[in-house]
Design a protein around this ligand. Structure first.
Ligand SMILES: Nc1nc2c(ncn2[C@@H]2O[C@H](COP(=O)(O)OP(=O)(O)OP(=O)(O)O)[C@@H](O)[C@H]2O)c(=O)[nH]1
Ligand SMILES: [Mg+2]
Length: 248
C-alpha cells in the first residue's frame, strides 16, 4: 500500500483526559497515550482541567507547547466529570475527529488498550473498556469498591435496562458521527452517574456497543475524588432512567 493510500485511511481519535489535581500522573499519562501506535488511527489528547491547584494546569500548558497534538481546555473550577466528557465530545465534533475516548488520568485505565479499542470500533459505535467480560478484571481494589461496582452494575442492568456487563467504567471509545445523533444537552447527570446515562442514551439511539476487556488497576498516585454523594446521585439517576425507560 502506498504512503498516500495509508494516509487516506488513517483516522483520528481525541483522548479526553479530565484532570483535577493529577500532577503525579498527567505528564506520564499524556506521554503514554501519545506513544501508542495504531496502524489505523492517530491519538491526540484533550486535557480538561477544572482549576487544579497542584500545578496540573501549568504542566498541561507545557505539554501543549511541546506537542501540537495535545490540547487543553481550562474550565477554572470543579464542574464535574460528566460535563468534562461532554465538553470533550463537543471539541471532537467541532474539530472533525473520527473517534473520541474518555479515560481517567490516574493510570487506572491503561493507555495500552487504545489500539484494541480502535480495532473493535471498526464494527461498532461505542467500545466499552470492560472489567466484567472474559479477559477483563480489577487489580488492587479494596473489597468495598468491588462490591459497590458490582451492585451498581447489577442495578444498572435491572433498573436502567443497560445490556452491558460494565456500564460504570469511564474508559470508552465513541464514534463521533454517532454522538452527533444524540441530544447531548439532555444528558443532565454529572459525575459518575453520567457514565450510566451515556450508555442508556447510546443504547436507546441504537448504538452497536462492544465490550473490550481491560484490567483496571487502582490508582497508585494522587488522591481519589469520588465522594459518598456520588453513590446517592447514582441512585437518583437510575430512578430517572427507569422512568424514562417506561415513559418513552
Ligand atoms: N475535569 C475534572 N476532572 C475530574 C473531576 N472529578 C474527577 N476528575 C478526574 O476524573 C478521573 C476519575 O476520578 P478519580 O478520583 O480517579 O475517581 P475514581 O477513579 O472513581 O477513584 P479512585 O479509584 O480513587 O481513583 C480522574 O482523572 C480525576 O482527576 C472534575 O470535577 N472535573
Ligand atoms: Mg481513579
Amino acid at each position: 500500500m502506498s504512503f498516500r493510500e495509508r494516509v487516506s485511511i488513517l483516522a483520528s481519535a481525541l483522548i479526553v483526559l479530565p484532570t483535577l489535581n493529577e500532577i503525579e500522573n498527567v505528564e506520564r499519562m499524556v506521554h503514554t497515550i501519545r506513544a501508542q501506535q495504531s496502524p489505523l488511527t492517530t491519538f491526540d489528547v484533550l486535557i480538561v482541567d477544572d482549576g487544579s491547584t497542584d500545578g496540573t494546569e501549568q504542566a498541561a500548558i507545557r505539554l501543549t507547547q511541546e506537542d501540537t497534538q495535545v490540547h487543553l481546555l481550562e474550565r477554572g473550577r470543579k464542574l464535574g466529570l460528566g460535563t468534562a466528557y461532554i465538553a470533550g465530545f463537543r471539541h471532537a465534533l467541532e474539530h472533525g475527529y473520527d473517534y473520541v475516548a474518555t479515560m481517567d488520568s490516574d493510570f487506572s485505565h491503561d493507555p495500552k488498550y487504545l489500539p484494541a479499542f480502535v480495532e473493535a470500533i471498526q464494527n461498532a459505535d461505542l467500545v466499552i473498556g470492560s472489567r466484567y467480560v472474559p479477559g477483563g478484571g480489577v487489580r488492587n481494589w479494596p473489597l468495598r469498591r468491588k462490591i459497590l461496582s458490582g451492585v451498581a452494575n447489577i442495578l444498572a442492568r435491572l433498573v436502567g435496562g443497560l445490556k452491558t456487563h460494565d456500564g460504570t467504567t469511564g474508559y470508552r471509545l465513541y464514534r463521533t458521527e454517532f454522538l452527533r445523533k444524540l441530544e447531548l444537552d439532555r444528558i443532565t447527570s454529572n459525575g459518575y452517574s453520567c457514565l450510566m446515562e451515556l450508555v442508556f442514551v447510546c443504547q436507546k439511539a441504537g448504538a452497536r456497543i462492544v465490550e473490550s476487556p481491560i484490567i483496571f488497576t487502582d490508582r497508585e498516585a494522587g488522591q481519589s475524588k469520588i465522594s459518598h454523594k456520588e453513590i446517592f446521585k447514582a441512585f437518583a439517576t437510575l430512578y430517572r432512567l427507569a422512568k424514562r425507560r417506561i415513559s418513552e
